[in-house]
Each structure stands twice: as C-alpha cells, then as structure tokens.
Write a protein that binds this ligand. Structure first.
Ligand code: KG4
Ligand code: ZN
Length: 365
C-alpha cells in the first residue's frame, strides 16, 4: 500500500506519501505550503485568495511530495483527499485535483473528513525524528480533544473510524478565540502562536477570566426533589473574548494603546483561561468514560500551555491514562494526517469513489 494524500481545506496546500509499516501509516514524505504570509496583511484567511493560491500550489506540492518519496503516480496504490469541513473554494481545488488524478490513472480515491485526519495524526509513524508518538499507539477507548481554528470538540472513539461527539463549542472555536483575541490587541495573524509567544513574558495571574460551565441549573422532579443534571461537556469561548475586550477598553481609556507589559500579561492570562476551560470539560469526559488513551489534536494542540495543563491535570485524576499529542507540525493542517485516516479506511475496505462533492459543513459521524 502506498497512499498519496491531498489536503486543501483552509489555507495550507499539502500533500504526503505514506506506506504501511507494521500495521500503522508511516510517513515517507510530507509537504506543506503555507499561505500565512499572503493572508497576514488582511488579518485572517480571505477565502477567494486562498482558493487562488491553492490552484497555483497544488500541482508543485504534489510533485514535491512524490519526488521526496522517490516515486511517481505509478508507485501509488491509493489516493486520498479532504472533502470537508472547510472553505468551499479551497476544498474544490483539492477534490477536483484528486478526482482528475484518479480518473486519469485508475488509482482508487478515498474521501476523508478533515477532523478525522486531525484525530488520526496520533496514529502516524515514520522516521523517529518525524513523529513523537512512535512506539506509542493509542489504545481504545479513546477520548480526543480536537481544537482547531474552526472546531472544538470532545470525541469518544470505541474503535477505529467510530466517533461519538460528546461535547462541542456553542460559539467560537478555541483557535478562533486565540485569533480574535490577537486581533483585539492588534497582534497580527494567526493569533494563537503570536499570542502564546508574547504570553511567555507575562504574568497569568494579573487578570481574571471566567471558567465557563454550561451545566443547566438543577430542576425539581415530579416528587418535588431537586435533580442535578449531568455536568455539561460543551464549551463556550465568546465570554472570554468579551471579557478581554472590556479589559483592553479599560486599559486604553487614559492611554492611546496597550503597553508591552499589559499585552504580555493579558496574553498570559487569556491563554491560561483557554487552557483551563478546555481542561475542565476534558477532565469531566475522562472521569465519565474512563478511556485508556487521551489524544489531543488540531492546530491549537501545538500550544505548550495547553499541552502542559492537560497533561498535569489528567495525570492527577487518571495516572494510567496514555496521553498523546502529535508533534507540532502534525497538529496544524497537513496531508500526512489525511493519509493516516485513509489508511484505516482502506484497511476496513471503504469503497473508493469519484461520486462525491466537497462538503463545507461536513460533520464527524
Ligand atoms: O488545525 P488548524 O491548522 O486549521 C484548522 O483546521 O482550523 O488550526 C489553526 C488554528 C488557528 O486558529 C491558530 O491560531 C491555532 O490553530 N494555533 C495555535 C497555535 N498554533 C496554531 N493556537 C494556540 N497556540 C499555538 N501555538
Ligand atoms: Zn485543521
């Protein structure tokens, strides 16, 4: 088996080649062309600009991935592509390129859900330097926290390719909250990595941000007794953003702009608040479902504070729990993770198809 995987759901054009190695998907090559420099000046991803950049990049990126894997299409047994969720104009480029390659060569094509890809980044293997999870394969049941620019969810996996979304955000995604916070403070795009770098020089205790609990209030049952509802696993980040905006406004009443020290302190306190909010529901989920493995994935999983907070807090409640998070480059969007998800679809004999369309709002099911 040799898979060529393609990812173009947002602002990274990516391709990777993977092979089977002792029952796991192993990376042979992994190429990512980021558009951050193009979108930076607009303060966020501009969908039309992203689609045009994908059109320019996709063939060279695929060719580089094949070259680096020292192969060509004749050596490829399966194609895989992200078909959603994501930006429609971006998805179309990857999907149509993959379909054209499949139609021209007869190589079977596997459509992959982008979120499934983020989860399967934790099953990747390869050269030791390339992946931190080598020799530590997740064991089921798994609780996964997916935190990206568009999604924040807790997922229960009892087996391969089986997903139960047990908690999700009711408003902003965690990455979106970082990006918006950075925008409020005028720090640039993408907000997550910039804000977390500035947070290193700040004091997380200098500002208070709320811990949001969406558990409904107790209700009286038919006998008149108060009934405690099950603690909620859903998230909300828009309150944190408003709280930050209020603090910034208060600080800038008598001065033109925030000082460097204020920016560092606000960044540290905001980053800690996001990590604590994510950890709080994750702890509830682990206590409720008692998984063998916890996996963290998605762009925000690259955040050091979040990794440390979750690791520390989960160790306290479940010392035996296997804690896995991909190396940074496999947390943010890449095609290796799409190939990893496709690998398990192929093993479960998912039929290949040319009869599918990009789905911007595709859900994880
Ligand atoms: O998974 P991803 O690359 O794209 C989506 O599928 O959305 O995630 C991108 C998000 C952005 O919101 C970015 O600000 C955030 O991940 N991010 C981070 C860090 N690196 C990327 N957030 C916090 N800390 C980081 N180090
Ligand atoms: Zn993503």
């Amino acid at each position: 088996m040799k898979i060529l995987a393609i990812e173009s759901s947002c602002d990274e054009t990516a391709a990777a080649v993977l092979e089977d190695k002792a029952g796991l998907p192993a990376i042979i090559s992994n190429v990512v062309s980021s558009q951050i420099d193009i979108h930076k000046e607009y303060g966020g991803v501009v969908p039309e600009v992203a689609a045009r950049a994908h059109i320019e990049n996709i063939i060279p990126v695929i060719q580089t991935a094949l070259d680096e894997a020292k192969t060509d299409l004749k050596g490829i047994t399966h194609l895989a592509v992200t078909y959603g969720p994501g930006l429609i104009g971006s998805l179309v480029v990857g999907v149509e390129t993959a379909k054209a390659l499949a139609a021209a060569t007869g190589i079977p094509l596997i459509p992959v859900n982008h979120l499934e890809g983020h989860l399967y980044a934790n099953f990747l293997t390869g050269a030791e330097k390339q992946h931190a999870n080598i020799n530590k394969t997740p064991e089921f049941p798994i609780i996964a926290l997916v935190v990206s620019g568009g999604h924040t969810m807790l997922v229960l996996m009892n087996d391969h390719l089986s997903y139960q979304v047990i908690g999700k955000t009711r408003d902003d995604a965690a990455g979106e909250a970082f990006d918006k916070a950075a925008k409020i403070m005028g720090l640039g795009y993408p907000g997550g990595p910039i804000l977390s770098k500035l947070a290193e020089n700040g004091n997380e205790n200098s500002y208070d941000f709320p811990l949001i609990d969406l558990t409904p209030a107790p209700k009286r049952n038919a006998e008149g007794f108060l009934e405690q509802p099950e603690p909620s696993l859903d998230f909300s980040f828009s309150g944190l953003k408003t709280s930050l905006l209020t603090k910034v406004k208060q600080s800038t009443i008598n001065q033109k702009q925030l000082t460097d020290a204020e920016i560092a302190d606000l960044s540290a306190a905001f980053e800690t608040a996001i990590a604590k909010n994510l950890a709080s529901n994750t702890i509830r989920a682990v206590q409720r479902y008692k998984p063998k493995t916890f996996i963290l994935s998605g762009g925000v999983a690259a955040n050091k504070k979040l990794r440390e907070t979750l690791k520390r807090e989960l160790k306290k409640i479940s010392p035996e729990l296997l804690f896995l998070v991909p190396e940074g480059q496999f947390c943010t969007d890449n095609a290796a993770m799409i190939g990893a998800a496709a690998y398990f679809h192929i093993k479960k004999s998912k039929p290949s198809s040319l009869d599918f369309a990009p789905e911007p709002n595709l859900e994880l099911k």
